[in-house]
Structure formats: structure tokens, C-alpha cells
Design a protein around this ligand. Structure first.
Ligand code: NZQ
Ligand code: ZN
Length: 383
């Protein structure tokens, strides 16, 4: 096991009716900015619950943070927040709204060009405190110190991380997710599954307990997925999914182990260039990455096959082939198309992604050996 330090400062407030508790969590002397997406919270009653809870608080509202939140939109919120001297931010929505709020929180006090914060998170020195009311289980943003921001003008998408951007608290009411469209449930399951794989599918014998945590989350998702795809308005199923998604990317399965994240970084480019939904981009890239990197990941792929999919092939190769096949079939069972051609994405995208990684000197993977040439091999398998 590698040395590590671990701290997660986010207070989780979980369960039915929990949104009303936000009034006790935010001091009344704060000037709050509520940050929202495109309006789903107006239709499902979450907005009313938040407004009611904050009746006695002083707040302004910012609407319109889009999926894959853009710098261009978020800068409008930054200017409004500065103008109104906002000193607390509450994100109400999915990962995009929470990530966008993390950017706004970092940009308000920053005196230079805020895009620098995304490109180099070491420039973050102070932030306005933020919290969240989550309406979409997927990203783990409600309990982590990461955010992913896109720039429309250049079709770029990057992640940044900082200990100061963990939400101070996050409210998770499974009933707020009943209104999600099926495709978002599917993308959220795939995203969570890949978060766990990025931290698990590297090499064996690093941490017994992390392996078992990770396998527990993967097995939970496999069990829940068909139920959720049939009916996602069952309280216990949604509660289990919501907690699994949070646990998938809040640092708890990553202690002391190597991490990959290449599927994410390649997926981000597909989203930046073609607008592919985040979870869908991962379902396309993930199985292909396992295929191309199978030698490096051999022992762990076998452990994954045996413990997660209950596979006993006649030899190593058959075991790994079956595990990769099961993974791809799992994504397809969610209704996700796992090939680039099925999304109308052709050779141009592959060429552009390889060009970008070459220009940026990007090398990916837990062993830092996924070069732009390897990325091309991976994308070729995705076709
Ligand atoms: O904008 P509204 O109207 O709210 O609609 C949203 C949006 O259209 C809708 N939605 C959310 N909750 C709903 C709902 N519709 C009905 N009922 C509800 N309860 O769902 C759509 C997608 O929302 P979005 O927030 O974009 O989805 P998600 O949570 O998957 O977030 C994706 C973003 O998070 C980043 C991704 O790259 C992407 O930009 N990620 C952030 C991470 C992090 N911070 O740690 C890690 C992830 O790997 C990921 O990269
Ligand atoms: Zn993700």
C-alpha cells in the first residue's frame, strides 16, 4: 500500500425530506447565491423545497449552468456574485451545477483571469464556501474536491482539484432523483462504475480493503442496474444507488492504491469535441482501454473477472475476454451505445484527439505509459 493522507470534510445529509435541513446549515448573515441548471428543479419540486427552507435567508439566484458547464456561462455568475458580494454558494442540481459552482467559488476572489484556475489548480488560494443539493447520482462531486469545466470557444474540457472546493455539506434526497430521464440514470450508473474501475483496475495486492470496497460498489451497481432501468422511483433502490455513486468518487476507494483515469481523460475529449454525455463517453472508451492495456492490467483483470463477474475461463485470455465482454454488455444493458460509429463519430475525432494529446505531451494511465499512439489504438478499438 502506498503512503497517503486522507481527509474528506463534506457533511452528508442523506434521506427523504432532508432539503428542509439546509436552513440550519447556512448562517443567516450570509449573502447566498443559489446556482441552478436548466430548470429541472422547477418541475420536480426541488426548487420549492430549497426556497421554502431558505425563506429567512438572503439569496440571489443564478440559472442556466449547462451540462458540461462552460467557462463562458460561469463567468456571468462570477460577475453577478461579485456585484452582490455573495459569500456563500449553494449548488442545486447534478454534477455540472456542482462543478460549475466550484469554479464560481474559486473565481470570485481570484484577481487574474479565472481560466488559469482550471489550467493550474495550484493558483487557488481562497474560495467562497459552497454546499450542494444533489439531484443526479453520478459524479461524486457532492463529496469531492474536483470539478470539470469546459471552454466553448476552444472546445476544451479539463478537470481541476483543490482541497478548498469540497462542499461544506451536501444534501442527498433520493426522491429528488425520481424525475430523472432514463438516459441520465444509465449515464450515472456507467459513470459510477467507471469511477470505481479507474481506482481498482490497476494492479493486484495493493490494498485488500480497497479491493473489497471497490468490488462491493461494482457488485451493488450490477445488482441495482436492471431494477433502476425498470423503475427508478423505488426509494431503497435509488437510495442505494445515490450512496454508491457518492462512495465511488469521494476518496474512500482510492486510499493507498494506484489510479488510472485514462478512460476519463480520453472521454472528456469526446465530450469536448462531440458533446457526448460524460457517462456515455466512458462506456465507449472503457472496454477498449481494458482490451489495449490487458497485459499491464492482466492480474487485476483476472481478479475483476472472478470476483465481480464470477467468471472462470479455461485460461487467462479467455477469462479476460469474457470480463471485457461482460463490462461492455453491462453498459449496453443500460441502453448505452458503446461504439463511436453508433454516435456518428468518425476518424476526424480520433486524429484530433491524438493531435491534442501529442501537442500537450499528455501521457496517461497508472503506469504513465498510455502515449498518444496507445490512445489511437484504444480509439481504433472503439470504432
Ligand atoms: O440542467 P437541468 O435542467 O437541471 O437538467 C439536468 C441536465 O440536463 C438533468 N437533471 C439533473 N437532475 C435532474 C435532471 N433532470 C430531471 N430530474 C433531475 N432530478 O440532467 C442533465 C445532466 O446533468 P449533469 O449535471 O450534466 O449530469 P452529471 O451529474 O452526470 O454531471 C456531468 C458533469 O460532471 C463532470 C462531467 O465531466 C460533466 O461535465 N464530472 C465531474 C466529476 C467531479 N466533479 O468529480 C467527476 C466525473 O468523472 C465527471 O467528469
Ligand atoms: Zn466520471
Amino acid at each position: 500500500m502506498y503512503n497517503f493522507s486522507f481527509k474528506n470534510p463534506t457533511k452528508l445529509i442523506f434521506g427523504k425530506g432532508s432539503i428542509s435541513k439546509i436552513s440550519q446549515e447556512i448562517s443567516k448573515d450570509k449573502k447566498i447565491m443559489l446556482v441552478f441548471g436548466g430548470g429541472s428543479v422547477k418541475k420536480n419540486g426541488v426548487y420549492n423545497q430549497v426556497a421554502e427552507a431558505l425563506e429567512a435567508h438572503d439569496y440571489i439566484e443564478f440559472w442556466g449552468v449547462e451540462p458540461n458547464p462552460t467557462y463562458e456561462t460561469l463567468m456571468k455568475a462570477v460577475l453577478q456574485a461579485r456585484e452582490h458580494q455573495v459569500d456563500f454558494l449553494l449548488a442545486v442540481g447534478g454534477g455540472s451545477v456542482i462543478d460549475g459552482t466550484k469554479f464560481i467559488a474559486s473565481a470570485i476572489p481570484y484577481e487574474s483571469e479565472p481560466w488559469e484556475l482550471v489550467l493550474n489548480d495550484k493558483t487557488i488560494k481562497q474560495v467562497v464556501p459552497l454546499a450542494s443539493v444533489l439531484t443526479l447520482p453520478a459524479t461524486g462531486s457532492e463529496m469531492n474536491g474536483g470539478a470539470v469545466i469546459s471552454k466553448k470557444s476552444t472546445q476544451e474540457k479539463y478537470a481541476f482539484h483543490h482541497p478548498l472546493i469540497y462542499p461544506t455539506f451536501s444534501v442527498l434526497d433520493p426522491e429528488s432523483c425520481y424525475s430523472l430521464p432514463k438516459e441520465q440514470i444509465a449515464a450515472g450508473i456507467a459513470d459510477t462504475f467507471v469511477h470505481v474501475l479507474e481506482q481498482y483496475l490497476t494492479k493486484t495486492n495493493q490494498s485488500m480493503v480497497m479491493d473489497r470496497f471497490a468490488e462491493g460498489l461494482l457488485l451493488t451497481l450490477i445488482k441495482l442496474a436492471p431494477k433502476l432501468m425498470l423503475n427508478h422511483q423505488n426509494y431503497d433502490d435509488m437510495a442505494n444507488f445515490m450512496l454508491t455513486a457518492t462512495m465511488g468518487l469521494n476518496g474512500f476507494v482510492g486510499m493507498g492504491v494506484m489510479q488510472d483515469w485514462a478512460t476519463h481523460l480520453i472521454g472528456h475529449e469526446l465530450t469536448a469535441l462531440h458533446g457526448l454525455t460524460h457517462g456515455v463517453s466512458l462506456a465507449v472508451v472503457g472496454p477498449a482501454l481494458m482490451q489495449v492495456m490487458r497485459k499491464d492490467k492482466e492480474d487485476k483483470l483476472i481478479q475483476y473477472a472472478e470476483r465481480v463477474w464470477n467468471i472462470k475461463g479455461k485460461d487467462k485470455n479467455e477469462t479476460i475476454d469474457t470480463a471485457i465482454d461482460c463490462t461492455e454488455k453491462f453498459y449496453r444493458s443500460l441502453g448505452i451505445k458503446t461504439k463511436l460509429s453508433e454516435h456518428g463519430i468518425g476518424e476526424d475525432a480520433v486524429t484530433e484527439i491524438v493531435r491534442r494529446f501529442t501537442e500537450r505531451n499528455t501521457i496517461l494511465g497508472e503506469n504513465q505509459n498510455i502515449t498518444p499512439d496507445k490512445v489511437k489504438e484504444i480509439l481504433d478499438v472503439c470504432k
